[in-house]
Write a protein that binds this ligand. Structure first.
Ligand code: ADP
Length: 708
């Protein structure tokens, strides 16, 4: 009976306790944002009040011994609330117990303190680890909350009272405790979920608001449900205006890229809602009150509920591309300007990539290869130019790109627009990428065909003038050279007619003969020169013994040398081999040089001829101690008809053709002739003639002669 009464009282206690869960449910959301210490005090007071209320209607199980559901409250206050709520509850409940009085007061307070401590220990353990109290822990706590009051009763009120209280206690307290704890745990779990949701929503909202992209959510009817700050800023409207305007409201002033009014049923949001398909990259202009246009790049993404094929909303995102669009516009203008510029020049301009493919080409260049500038892109020089030209261009490209250095003014042949060949000056400049590597080249070619033609013509003109000048000089020299002997012949003939003295007549006849001889020699040399000019370029050579030839020529000059009291010496090297050549021509050449040495050396002088071998060549040096040649004359003495003034005054009777004949002969043999001279002291002519590889026999003639 008594136990039943106790059990009913305990059930009442538990109901009261459960009402606390409800109060907590109402209080917690409003307390969440308070400071932790404030929350702890409020929870402490709540637990304390409930504990006191339970203690005010206790069931007396013995004189001064009361039993109620307080153990549940104090344990939960410690385990769920922590130190401060447990402390406040302990103080409030201990005070109440003390005021209730009776024999069990000390024991009751002791039980309160023990349970508060156990609860706090459990709280501390879970708080430190950041974990929630598990259901298993709740069971253990409920065992403790049941056992501690019963043990206290046993100790202070005796075994009988304890046993009598045990049944209702065991029937109600653990269950109430588990139920209370479980409800609190669930509530806390739900609050945590709600809080996390709220936090996550706030985070998303702040992210969406921080986006520079505008975001608008419209429902299926097209009404704005939400819009972020960027959307309001870009469209320059308030949230109210945004929500009050329909998609097709004319106040939006939406236009197409070409400036025409935009057909609103094609708006991205409407299309996405109608078709259920996302819309990307539509550019729309929003005309503002002042007339300025904001250009937006829009996307629309329909939203579906699970299992539905019809979207319930659409998320429209957009970016302000006004600046981008105007930058793009000016880029296009700049590109067009550049294009016009490079297309209006007759020069060829092109850009190639690192593999030699055209990336860009101007009209003049494309025209020359008979394709359009666009069609040329991607082709190489080998696709459009003849093989030979393309190979040259490719080699130039490689040189430019491999060296990384520009190649300036390369004179090249290319195609003209009529398929004709043109001469161009090409400059190729390497193109470098951001990392410094060569990624291609820019080429420019200027047509210099006309310039070259003019240059060629002016060169020909100069040559023609020179020819006329030479011809004039030749005619002047010839007339002079022929007039002198003719004048002598004329005079002699006149004197011959007038004279009857046989001796005088003989003298005149001798004079006439000598002048005729001179004119003959002159004509002979002219004919020699003409013959050499027309000679077969590949003459047949035979072995010629140079030493023998020199000795023979010197012998022929002995009489003349003796007459002028010249010392005539030869020094011939035994090692000189025969050379391959034309004996008659070589003899003629040597004769002219030797004759000059004798002619231009005054009485008593010396003429020496030496032969030697040097580097596969035979050398013939003719040295005299004659009048020498001045530095002004020296560069010209091998020219036809050139005679130094000094030579003219010496009147050697020469024609000015001897040296040019000699040089022509020597050069035809692959040799050369050089002269060094000091005016007043003498000259040395050195002839170098190559020894042919086939020639092995040595010319053993070695003569040293001196005539004087
Ligand atoms: P030329 O018939 O007048 O000798 P060449 O062609 O043989 O014509 O020589 C051209 C000119 O070179 C001569 O007129 C003379 O002025 C000069 N010359 C050639 N050989 C000698 C030399 N050994 N000493 C000085 N002058 C020389």
């Amino acid at each position: 009976m008594f136990s039943l009464q106790l059990a009913v009282s305990l059930v009442k206690n538990v109901s009261l306790i459960l009402s606390l869960v409800f109060i907590f449910g109402l209080l917690v959301p409003s307390l969440r944002h308070r400071r932790a210490s404030t929350q702890a005090v409020i929870y402490g007071v709540l637990y304390g009040l409930l504990g006191v209320m339970l203690m005010l209607s206790p069931t007396e199980v013995g004189p001064g011994f009361f039993v109620d559901g307080r153990s549940i409250i104090i344990t939960i206050a410690g385990a769920f609330g922590g130190l401060i709520p447990a402390l406040i509850t302990t103080v409030m409940m201990s005070t109440a117990r003390w005021l209730l009085g009776g024999e069990g007061a000390i024991g009751g307070i002791g039980a309160i303190v023990i349970l508060a401590s156990v609860g706090c220990a459990v709280h501390l353990y879970h708080h430190r680890r950041g974990i929630l109290i598990a259901r298993r822990t709740l069971v253990i706590l409920s065992a403790v909350a049941t056992a501690v009051p019963l043990i206290t009763l046993w100790i202070v009120a005796g075994r009988e009272v304890a046993l009598m209280s045990a049944v209702p206690y065991l029937a109600v307290v653990p269950l109430g405790m588990i139920l209370f704890g479980y409800l609190l745990l669930r509530q806390k779990h739900q609050f945590d979920i709600e809080e996390a949701l709220q936090e996550s929503e706030e985070r998303y909202r702040s992210v969406v608001d921080a986006m520079t992209e505008g975001v608008i959510v419209r429902n299926a009817a097209g009404v704005v449900q939400a819009a972020n700050l960027s959307a309001l800023r870009v469209l320059d409207v308030s949230m109210e205006e945004m929500q009050s305007r329909a998609v097709d409201d004319p106040r939006w002033g939406i236009i197409c890229e070409d400036g025409s009014p935009f057909p609103m049923d094609h708006a991205p949001s409407m299309t996405a809602l109608r078709t259920g398909k996302p819309q990307f990259g539509q550019v729309l202009g929003f005309q503002k009150a002042g007339g300025s246009v904001t250009w937006l790049l829009m996307n629309a993404q329909p939203l579906f509920k699970a299992g539905n094929t019809q979207p319930y909303a659409v998320v429209v995102t957009f970016t302000d591309v006004t600046e981008l669009k105007s930058a793009h516009q000016s880029l296009i203008q700049e590109r067009d300007l550049l294009r016009t510029l490079i297309d209006s020049t007759p020069d060829y301009i092109f850009i190639k990539d690192s593999s030699g493919r055209f990336i860009l080409s101007n009209e003049a260049h494309a025209h020359a290869v008979h394709v359009s500038a666009d069609a040329l892109v991607g082709k190489t020089a080998f696709d459009v130019f003849p093989e030979g030209l393309a190979a040259q261009f490719h080699a130039d490209d490689l040189a430019t790109m491999q060296s990384g250095e520009p190649q300036f003014n390369l004179e090249r042949t290319t195609l003209g627009d009529q398929g004709n060949l043109k001469t161009v000056l090409t400059t190729k400049v390497p193109l470098h990428g951001r990392d410094g590597r060569v990624i291609g080249l820019v080429g420019m070619s200027r047509d210099i065909t006309d310039r070259k033609l003019v240059e060629q013509q002016s060169l020909e003109l100069v040559a023609e003038r020179e020819r006329v000048h030479v011809l004039r000089r030749f005619l002047a020299d010839m007339s002079h050279d022929f007039r002198t002997p003719l004048a002598v012949v004329n005079t002699s003939l006149y004197l011959l007619q007038k004279s009857t003295d046989p001796q005088r007549q003989a003298d005149q006849i001798e004079k006439i003969e000598s002048q005729v001889q001179r004119m003959e020699q002159l004509l002979g040399e002219l004919l020699d020169m003409d013959r050499l000019d027309r000679e077969n370029p590949e003459p047949v050579f035979v072995p010629v013994a140079i030493n023998t030839m020199v000795a023979e020529l010197v012998r022929n000059l002995e009489a003349a040398a003796e007459e002028n009291h010249h010392t005539l010496a030869i020094d011939l090297n035994h090692e000189v081999p025969p050379i391959m050549g034309n004996a008659a021509q070589l003899q003629q050449a040597l004769e002219h040089i030797l004759q000059n040495a004798v002619d231009y050396t005054p009485t008593g002088g010396a003429v020496t001829v030496r032969t030697s071998v040097q580097h596969n060549h035979v050398l013939i040096a003719v040295e005299d101690t004659g009048i020498g040649i001045g530095p002004d004359d020296l560069p010209h003495i091998f020219e036809r008809f050139y005679r130094a003034d000094q030579a003219r005054s010496a009147d050697s009777g020469g024609s000015g053709l001897g040296l040019s004949i000699a040089r022509k002969v020597i050069e035809a043999h692959g040799g050369d002739i050089v002269v060094s001279s000091t005016p007043g002291k003498g000259s040395v002519f050195v002839i170098r003639l190559p020894i042919q590889a086939t020639s092995t026999d040595h010319d053993t003639t070695a003569v040293v002669r001196s005539v004087g």
